[in-house]
Design a protein around this ligand. Structure first.
Ligand code: MN
Length: 156
């Protein structure tokens, strides 16, 4: 009798705990957020940004699909809490300041640690798209800097 009471109370506690935290799966339908053209202050060349999912208390990161035309790239920038890039299409370059640029291809996953100055974009001959997961710190996920010059972009 006593044991079954304890079990009943325990399952009630468990159930209430579950219901307090349970949330439903959320699907954001394709195309529910309009595409944006990359701002000339932050990107060189033609860049299309598709917001995929916003930062929330749970995701703590914005997720977007970024498509770069050949020759297009970000400006130099840092991320206060890091960034994950998942290359989906094409052929691209990523460069950390003070290091040679590196080639990235579909299926490659690139982790940019917090506060590392860098840029990413297409190669000079092929477009490149990546999913970017940009983690938030104090309400910010990027600090933009100067544009990447053609000389910097073309340096080997
Ligand atoms: Mn970045």
């Amino acid at each position: 009798m006593k044991n079954s009471m304890v079990a009943a109370i325990a399952s009630l506690v468990l159930l209430s705990g579950v219901s307090a935290h349970a949330q439903s799966i959320r699907i954001t339908p394709n195309g529910s957020t309009p595409s944006a053209i990359g701002a000339p202050a932050n990107f060189s060349g033609h860049v299309v940004v598709d917001p995929l999912f916003p930062a929330t208390d749970e995701t703590r990161a914005t997720t977007g699909l970024v498509a770069f035309a050949p020759g297009a790239r970000t400006a130099w920038h840092t991320h206060p809490a890091g960034q994950l890039l998942i290359v989906t299409v094409g052929k691209g370059w990523v460069q950390e300041e003070g290091q040679p640029r590196r080639e990235i291809n579909p299926g490659d996953v690139v982790w940019i640690p917090a506060d590392v100055k860098h840029w990413h974009g297409a190669t000079d001959s092929n477009g490149m798209s990546h999913v970017a997961v940009s983690y938030m710190r104090d309400g910010k996920n990027v600090d933009w800097m100067e544009l990447v010059t053609d000389e910097q972009y073309n340096a080997r």
